[in-house]
Write a protein that binds this ligand. Structure first.
Ligand SMILES: *Cc1c(COP(=O)(O)O)cnc(C)c1O
Length: 393
């Protein structure tokens, strides 16, 4: 495709992309190069938690860009310190390391657990993860992930990630051995098809890992930052994990991620961990603005209410079309299809008239919904109306 003077052929091919170029975003809406508009229920893959280009973010970016962009990660800066303080004050964790992507935060979690195991568990280094899990696209995080085929594409894998069965505590117990240092999971499996961990399973995991003296790591890159109606999804189970990773929503669209840990686990020494951009004020200033909005009175209650509303509307749609149902947590939800029409529906939604609809199908038998956390009931109604028309065809 040609766009202005350039050709899209200059980009390395990694995924098929539709023949449109997005030029502008506003709240729940995206506009392409022809001016056509799209109702966005992907939001950069659960990233734009306040929608496209919210004033909080554009003001934080412009204000910080005019003051200080990057003094180097070897120095303190104001937004870095403020955001770490807000995160520890509103979670069970004591310390924060900032990164740029969810995968990088998870790499940090894996390194921290392995170092802790070397110091405290006679070199134990295995981290039990789960089938169908997704932890990122670096070599170690792909090895930690339970996606079919990922064990061979870039073989040999990084060793030490035995896979248990999600929501099955006996399968975890069976894998624990002298080399085990941690269990790592997503409180809601996102890419795996929006499958929430049962609260009882999370509580049993916390009890089991505590009894065996190993760490519990929650990957909240997708489920954290208000997505499920609580600031962090682990809160639904009333547990206190040892390590948590954040990404996606924490930056509201800009590259920001974080690794959080309890004091007793923080064993990095100078040289063990770092990164050129970690904690840079341009991104952490956005993080502060996003988190303050999520913490504003009534915001999370609104997410929960609209999560319930989306669940109810999807449930009605499912009944009307004789589908198997819906599932999810807060504003991270899936509509289960009776067949493998997911990718077809996504493509048809994109080209709908008079306006497009952006949906995602992480598995062919379901559609995933991850709107902005401030999506309105009217926008949910519009999405349901468009989807209803699509399902009728
Ligand atoms: C998206 C995601 C990641 C990877 O984050 P990137 O920023 O793409 O590296 C890791 N874990 C979970 C649960 C995710 O949803």
């Amino acid at each position: 495709m040609r766009y202005h003077a350039a050709s899209t052929d200059s980009l390395m091919f990694i995924t098929p992309r539709p023949e449109i170029v997005f030029e502008r975003g506003e709240g729940s809406w995206l506009f392409d190069h022809t001016g056509r508009r799209y109702l966005d229920f992907i939001q950069g893959w659960a990233v734009n938690c306040l929608g496209h280009c919210p004033p909080e973010i554009t003001e934080a970016l412009a204000g910080q860009a005019a003051k200080l962009i990057n003094p180097s990660p070897a120095f303190y800066n104001g937004p870095m310190v403020e955001l770490a303080g807000l995160l520890t004050a509103h979670s069970v964790f004591d310390r924060v390391f900032f990164a740029n992507t969810g995968a990088e935060a998870n790499e940090g979690a894996i390194k921290l657990a392995r170092k802790w195991g070397r110091l405290n568990r006679a070199g134990a280094h295995e981290i039990i993860t789960f089938g169908h899990s997704f932890h990122g696209r670096t070599l170690a995080t792909m090895s930690a992930s339970g996606k079919a085929g990922w064990d061979t594409i870039y073989a040999p894998q990084v060793a030490g990630f035995p896979k248990a069965v999600y929501n099955d505590i006996a399968s975890v117990e069976a894998l624990i051995g002298p080399q085990t240092v941690a269990v790592m999971l997503e409180p809601v499996q996102g890419e795996g098809g929006v499958i929430p961990a049962e609260p009882g399973f999370l509580r049993a995991l916390r009890q089991l890992t505590a009894e065996r003296g190993i760490l519990l790591i929650v990957d909240e890159v997708q489920s954290g930052m208000g997505r499920t109606g609580k600031l962090f999804a682990y809160e639904h189970a009333g547990i206190a994990p040892d390590i948590m990773t954040l990404g996606k929503g924490i930056g509201g669209g800009v590259p920001l991620a974080a690794l959080l840990a309890r004091e007793a686990v923080c064993c990095f020494e100078p040289g063990d961990q770092g990164g050129t951009y970690n904690g840079n004020p341009l991104m952490t200033a956005v993080g502060v603005a996003v988190l303050k909005r999520l913490l504003a009175p009534g915001f999370l209650a609104g997410v929960e209410a609209r999560g319930q509303y989306l669940a109810q509307r999807l449930g009605e749609l499912s009944d009307r079309h004789g589908l198997p149902g819906e599932r999810g947590s807060g504003l991270l939800r899936a509509l289960i299809l009776a067949d493998e029409r997911g990718p077809q529906l996504v493509a048809a939604a994109l080209t709908m008239q008079p306006q497009g609809l952006l949906l995602n199908s992480p598995r062919p038998n379901l559609l995933r919904f991850m709107p902005a956390l401030n999506v309105s009931e009217a926008e949910i109604d519009q999405m349901i109306g468009q989807l209803d028309a699509l399902l009728q065809q």
